[in-house]
Design a protein around this ligand. Structure first.
Ligand SMILES: [Zn+2]
Length: 100
C-alpha cells in the first residue's frame, strides 16, 4: 500500500469536515445577525414626520423649517418647501369643508 496516497486522502477528509462545519456555523450566525439588526431599526423611525410639500420624511428635531396651521405643526425639509406651503396651504393639507 502506498502511504503517500493514504496521507493525502486523510487531509482531504480533514478539509472536507472543516468546510462542512464552517458552512453550518456561517449560516447560523448569518440568520442570528439579521434578527438583531431589525430590532434597532424601529426606534429611530418613530419620530419622523412627512414634509407635506414634497413627501419626504423629516425628523422634527432636524427640520429646516416649520409652520403652524390650524393648531398643527408641519415640518419641512427646506425653507423653499415651507414657502410653497404657506402660499397655498390648502393644496397640501386636507381641510374639511365645514371649516368656513
Ligand atoms: Zn420638502
Amino acid at each position: 500500500m502506498d502511504t503517500e496516497s493514504l496521507k493525502s486522502l486523510g487531509w482531504l477528509l480533514v478539509w472536507g469536515a472543516l468546510f462542512f462545519v464552517m458552512m453550518r456555523y456561517g449560516c447560523g450566525a448569518h440568520m442570528m445577525g439579521r434578527h438583531g439588526k431589525r430590532k434597532n431599526h424601529n426606534s429611530a423611525a418613530d419620530r419622523e414626520t412627512k414634509d407635506p410639500v414634497c413627501g419626504m420624511s423629516v425628523n422634527p428635531e432636524k427640520a429646516a423649517a416649520a409652520s403652524v396651521l390650524n393648531g398643527n405643526t408641519y415640518y419641512f425639509c427646506s425653507r423653499s418647501c415651507r414657502d410653497k406651503f404657506e402660499k397655498a396651504p390648502g393644496t397640501y393639507t386636507t381641510v374639511p369643508h365645514d371649516a368656513h
